[in-house]
Design a protein. Structure first.
Length: 188
């Protein structure tokens, strides 16, 4: 075992690290749970609950594996999450691209998707090399799976939601990377 593997192993057994990770997880569950409840009510009222569930599942998969823009305040996080979910659904209904364009764009997103992740919250403990590689691998597999579904079922509404989830996720990842490079750790 080399020195960096030994350090990574030690970090995961470090009680302070575990305490920080548990605290971060509790904050995430409370914050995300309340937003999901509010969003569920809104989208159910609007008759878009199935679309919301698909967009939510995709957003959770992409964000938990790759990160993205992280907000300082609950209200800005709420608005960003709502914009991502509603944007996926609205674009899937209103902006229907030809299948070859969707396939090409989804496949093209795999390279920046792999390169940019993870973009963790500044409140989260530092990412280890193992977590970094796992994040990259999982993001690539998710994007590949969605791209295959787009190839197979490009005319399905739920697949178009997946396509727009890819596009919006890569867009917000790009913004998050730019913010980080300019020295900003958190969004508004």
């Amino acid at each position: 075992m080399n020195h960096s593997e030994n350090m990574n192993s030690h970090i995961h057994r470090d009680p302070e690290y575990q305490k920080q990770l548990a605290n971060y997880l509790f904050q995430c569950i409370f914050s995300e749970g309340s937003k999901i409840l509010i969003f569920s009510i809104l989208f159910f009222t609007w008759g878009l609950f199935p679309e919301f569930l698909i967009a939510l599942i995709l957003l959770i998969l992409l964000r938990t594996n790759g990160g993205g823009i992280h907000c300082k305040h609950y209200s800005s996080c709420f608005l960003l999450s709502f914009s991502m979910l509603f944007g996926n659904i609205l674009l899937a209904h209103q902006l229907i691209l030809p299948a070859p364009v969707m396939i090409a764009l989804s496949l093209a997103c795999m390279i920046p998707g792999y390169w940019m992740v993870p973009v963790p919250s500044a409140n989260r403990p530092a990412v280890t090399r193992t977590v970094d590689l796992k994040s990259k691998r999982n993001t690539l597999l998710i994007l590949l799976a969605l791209s295959i579904l787009i190839c197979r079922f490009p005319d399905q509404l739920f697949i178009r939601i997946g396509f727009w989830a890819i596009i919006l996720h890569i867009t917000q990842l790009s913004i998050a990377v730019i913010i980080r490079k300019k020295g900003g750790k958190k969004w508004t």
